[in-house]
Design a protein around this ligand. Structure first.
Ligand code: PGA
Length: 234
């Protein structure tokens, strides 16, 4: 299976011209590019090989309607989006609940888009060992995967909270062990995210348990990001 690399630009960059510059520099077939929604259209215009992704979506199943500030899965699809990040820890930290996450997965799946469900444990759980981590992650998956969730268009992204933006990535062996566990529970391919760097990407990508990477900070640095793409092709 071809490994995928998702570039999560988060709340960056500030201008459309900067977003276009990044998109042009990172337009490879392995890539799904997730700019802020305000730049989706501009980025879409310049992409020739990469897929377009969104960082979030409305939990409402309606395509249109009286819902101020919401962006429906159907709207994202119309814009050319093919994949949607759901339940990123930075969104959970802002109050997103498992119930909303579950609705978002259903809305995205009903629109025929791919969903990437992000899960990950805080440091205090990690300090208790990998069994505690697995138990915590199973808790994050269960409410979301209970019922008839379509897993055909689902990816799981394992992103330990303590590894995001800290420069302290999870070891590849531990990430692979967790990925195998999550995959057995969810029946979906698993990506790793959290301080992926030009130096450590190859190690993650060499693990058969991992189907790709979710890259934050480094996706804003095209030269280093390119090294990850070359590693994904080995
Ligand atoms: P990071 O972010 O690569 O900057 O650690 C990853 C993410 O939050 O998706």
């Amino acid at each position: 299976m071809k490994k995928i690399i998702i570039a999560n630009y988060k709340m960056n960059p500030l201008s459309a011209s900067q977003a276009i510059k990044l998109a042009e520099a990172e337009d490879w077939p392995e890539v799904f590019m997730a700019p802020p929604p305000v730049f989706l259209l501009e980025v879409k215009k310049v992409l020739k090989r990469a897929g377009l992704a969104a960082q979030d979506v409305s939990a409402l199943s309606d395509s249109v309607g009286p819902a101020t500030g919401e962006l429906s899965a159907a709207m994202l699809k119309k814009l050319g989006v093919r994949l949607v990040l759901i339940g990123h820890s930075e969104r959970r930290a802002l109050g997103e609940t498992n119930e909303e996450i579950s609705k978002k997965i259903k809305a995205v799946s009903a629109a025929g888009l791919k969903a990437v469900l992000c899960v990950g444990e805080p440091l205090n759980i990690r300090q208790k060992g990998l069994s505690a981590v697995k138990k915590f992650l199973a808790g994050q998956l269960k409410p979301v995967l209970s019922g008839k969730t379509e897993t055909k268009n689902l990816y799981i992204a394992y992103e330990p909270i303590w590894a995001i933006g800290t420069g302290k990535a999870c070891g590849a062996a531990a990430a692979a062990e967790i990925a195998a566990y999550l995959s057995s529970l969810a029946g979906a391919p698993v990506l790793y995210g959290g301080s992926v760097s030009a130096e450590n990407a190859r190690e993650f990508l060499s693990r058969p348990e991992l189907s790709g990477l979710l890259v934050g900070g480094l996706s804003l640095k095209p030269k280093e990001f390119k090294k990850i793409i070359l590693d994904a092709r080995v």
